[in-house]
Design a protein around this ligand. Structure first.
Ligand SMILES: [Zn+2]
Ligand SMILES: [Zn+2]
Ligand SMILES: [Zn+2]
Length: 121
């Protein structure tokens, strides 16, 4: 009897269900592997979102248990994501002055607004 697939693929935006213990669906496993071959040896690129970031993010989230944007409006919304005010791709850093703790709705709103601005540029 086949085991029930029960975890989603970890590839961003993909929610295909795969067996527990796997990380990616077949399609994304090969994509991730080829990305790794291309970029995996470039340590500086990897470090951007590496283990250090996870540690910084976890600590920042622990110190900011509530969404900072909601908090300003007097709403206590649980922190779900840490956002870079200036994206790493635009020269931002993991410095806490560049971080903000957000709930999911606030985070996606920020990105939607940024996206709009980009499109109109
Ligand atoms: Zn996938
Ligand atoms: Zn919020
Ligand atoms: Zn963000």
């Amino acid at each position: 009897m086949p085991r029930k697939p029960d975890v989603p693929c970890r590839y961003p935006g993909c929610s295909r269900l795969i067996p527990a213990g796997e990380r990616y669906c077949d399609e994304h496993r090969s994509k991730v592997n080829s990305d790794y071959e291309k970029y995996g040896r470039d340590k500086t690129a990897k470090r951007k979102y590496g283990r250090a970031w996870k540690r910084i993010r976890d600590r920042y989230a622990a110190e900011h248990p509530f969404c900072e944007m909601c908090y300003e409006k007097g709403v206590m919304a649980k922190t779900e994501q840490i956002h870079h005010k200036l994206p790493l791709s635009e020269g931002g850093t993991h410095d806490r002055s560049n971080l903000i703790a957000l709930c999911k709705p606030c985070h996606s709103r920020i990105h939607a607004q940024r996206g709009d601005r980009w499109n109109r540029r």
